[in-house]
Design a binder for this molecule. Structure first.
Ligand code: URA
Length: 260
């Protein structure tokens, strides 16, 4: 079994280099559709990756919970639609006066993995979609490298409207918008949250720690105790490609949680 061409391209884009597998390796492995083992790792990391790979079938559908399928009917579509409408008309803070579009979020409403970023930038404001600029492209590549298409996760932000000039969100803006994000999380019920960047992670965890300290472990979010993995924001990774290896480890942590 080998990486498909696109996955290989995405690993390359993430700056992850690969080793050749020894002959016969893949015939000994079960349920491996992506081989992070091929990633050039330090020995201790290799052990960790191997443990994950041994247990993981890297495809979003492999993580689907049959009970969740059965409860699909219970998903309150009306609540979701009301929320979409509410956000699109929101005037709760002054960002409504400068935005072009609200950015509700995109993806699978029943996703097992929810990705949460900071706030829309200029491209997202124009298109009404999260993560569509350069950082978004890298995010897509990161997700694809571990087997997720964009539409198989749900991608949202702490803020639904663009702060002018891409400044950091202000506490009062976060407080107003928080109710929407919480309702999204409650309705989606993800099995894991991937928080990208300092702003989203600090807000979700109510912490002032640096992202470098918040990543590298599993946190638990809110009353639902949803496992939360923090990683670097793709915009930061574009500026600091040498940190991509750590984000790769974070993504493997997400897979390990889903696998459990
Ligand atoms: N950065 C974010 O955090 N979110 C977006 O949607 C785009 C860029």
């Amino acid at each position: 079994m080998s990486l498909d061409h696109r996955q290989q391209q995405y690993l390359d884009a993430m700056g992850i280099s690969c080793w050749e597998a020894r002959p016969g390796f893949f015939s000994e492995q079960k349920n491996v559709s992506l081989e992070p083992l091929l990633v050039e790792s330090r020995p201790s990391e290799r052990l960790e990756e191997q443990a994950i790979i041994d247990k993981t079938a890297v495809a979003a559908d492999a993580f689907r919970d049959p009970h969740r399928e059965a409860s699909e009917q219970q998903t309150d579509k009306a609540k979701w639609e009301m929320l979409v409408k509410k956000v699109s008309h929101c005037q709760q803070c002054h960002l409504s006066q400068t935005r072009i579009n609200t950015v509700f979020g995109v993806g699978d409403q029943r996703a097992n993995c929810m990705v949460i970023g900071e706030a829309p930038g200029a491209d997202e404001d124009k298109q009404g979609q999260p993560f569509v600029g350069r950082a978004g492209k890298l995010l897509d590549e990161m997700l694809f490298a571990v087997g997720f298409k964009r539409e198989q996760v749900f991608i949202a932000n702490i803020l639904k409207c663009r702060p002018p000039g891409n400044r950091d969100p202000r506490p009062e803006e976060v407080a107003e918008c928080n109710t929407y994000l919480l309702q999204q999380i409650k309705l989606i019920q993800p099995k894991v949250i991937l928080s990208v960047g300092r702003i989203s992670t600090q807000n979700l965890l109510n912490s002032k720690e640096k992202i470098g300290r918040l990543r590298g472990q599993v946190h638990y979010f809110g009353a639902l105790n949803i496992p939360l993995v923090a990683t670097y924001h793709p915009a930061y990774l574009l500026r600091s490609p040498s940190e991509k290896r750590k984000s790769w480890q974070d993504l493997l942590r997400v897979l390990a949680i889903l696998n459990n």
